[in-house]
Write a protein that binds this ligand. Sequence first.
Ligand code: COD
Length: 298
Amino acid sequence: MIKKLNDLVKIAKGKTTRRIAVAAAADPDVMEAIQNAAQEGITEPVLVGNETKIREIAGNIGFDLSGIEIINIPDKHDASVEAVRLIKEGKAEILMKGLVSTGILLKAVLDKEHGLRKGALLSHVALFETLYYHKLLGVTDAAMNVNPDLLEKISIIKNAIEVFHKLGNPNPKVAIVGSVETINPKMEATMHAATISMMNYRKQITGCIIDGPLAIDGAVSKRASEIKNITSEVAGDVDIILAPNIDGANILYKSLNFLGGATSAAVIMGATAPIVLTSRGDAERSKFLSIALAAAIN
Ligand code: COD
């Protein structure tokens, strides 16, 4: 398993260069990340959006657009549909969100006829590198599924473990976190956690070791789990955190970045191509690393 997010760049560079279709590309941060990825030889961009603005931004950041395909579609919805179409027709292998709302792009992706569904649930997987944890930490789902039910949580776990498998960890440790370590029938997340853990124990879900319910302290700290008398292979050594819902995951995601000094890379899994869906607040480096992640696992 890779140890650092920079290792994603090495893996991505070793692959055939992948074309990335950027929906509504006229966003300075996104274009800077795309410029870096193109310079590193990780991806070849196709920029879909307002060409005048794309060229203006490129001028401002010193991005040489010669040889780069630009498709002039100023309307953000139509640009999203076109970027999705490029993937569907095999003209690009990675989709990236530019200056368009997440909902508009995801609706184009989920369109039954023209979208990128392959029968699986789509979900967001983020990887974090922080000084305060001994390895990369996955967090899911901070951006797509609002309030996943039991079966959706299982699909979300499967998407996250696929990322870890592709990055060299054949058996990642998954913690299903919430507020407590014990099962409380009034807290649905603890019931989900117990059921999914037992399904893993009984080998109904394979390719990972799952434990839950766990609180976040016990999941990431061996000492905290010992103080709480928790016996668990996952506690203190977790690879992937499954949060109870989008709010919990999103708060953890942004806390790690803004309070924990972490760097992150994230991707949407479950579609016919990986989707890079960074948020406006993400650092430029995280946007670049997300492109590297998408290229590395493709
Ligand atoms: N995977 C696969 N299919 C899905 C998924 C999914 N995760 N979500 C919905 N679908 C399918 C449904 O089965 C249905 O067939 C169709 O798509 C429409 O489903 P709706 O009506 O439930 O979904 P929408 O179109 O109203 O919304 C889907 C979104 C992904 C846009 C919605 O879930 C959403 O807004 N998610 C949160 C996005 C967000 O705001 N993130 C913020 C952090 S960046």
